[in-house]
Design a protein around this ligand. Structure first.
Ligand code: GTP
Ligand code: MG
Length: 159
């Protein structure tokens, strides 16, 4: 499941993984989209979940039973870090999701002044997450920076 507050780039991530297409104009997701993406001999089944406040109560539902949670943050929008941290820890506090591996992506690394991985770890208090494996990468869907490492991480989480 791909989770994160609105406009962080979740749908862009799924589009880039699925078809290599990045676009300036992506419609905000309503509720969720389900996508199946084939890469070689792996099929990824991805819940692309909506990030606007009214949809956040549904996040847990889409995360139930997944192999990994991908939490996307706009690393250039520092004013939203507080809200992202709150929502992330709220979600991970759900007993049903205990132990599920977490990948945090600091997206939009193409924008000048974006937060580094070190800053994201601090701002999102990722060091406080001790009940599961956690990875954090900087990336850009626009430039496709770090797309390879993301795909590698995801392909190692399947069953
Ligand atoms: N500069 C830049 N813009 C990006 C990047 N990724 C996504 N965007 C833009 O950010 C905006 C929001 O992207 P979406 O993929 O719709 O974000 P979302 O997280 O799915 O948003 P919701 O569905 O509302 O939760 C769009 O205008 C994208 O073009 C990136 O890596 N760099
Ligand atoms: Mg979306």
């Amino acid at each position: 499941a791909v989770i994160g507050i609105q406009a962080s780039g979740k749908t862009s991530l799924v589009n880039v993984i699925g078809s290599g297409q990045w676009s300036e104009d992506v419609v905000p997701t309503v509720a969720f989209n389900f996508r199946k993406v084939r890469k070689g001999n792996i099929t990824f089944k991805i819940w692309d979940v909506a990030g606007q406040p009214k949809f956040r109560s549904m996040w847990e539902r889409y995360c139930n039973g997944v192999d990994a949670i991908v939490f996307v943050v706009d690393s250039a929008d520092k004013e939203k870090f507080n809200s992202a941290r709150f929502e992330l820890h709220q979600l991970l506090g759900q007993p049903s999701l205990s132990g599920v591996p977490l990948l945090v992506l600091g997206n939009k690394s193409d924008i000048e002044g974006h937060a580094s991985v070190k800053e994201l770890i601090k701002e999102l208090q990722l060091d406080k997450i001790t009940d599961r494996p956690v990875s954090c990468y900087s990336c850009s869907m626009k430039s496709q920076h770090n797309l390879g490492v993301i795909m590698q991480w995801l392909s190692e989480r399947g069953h």
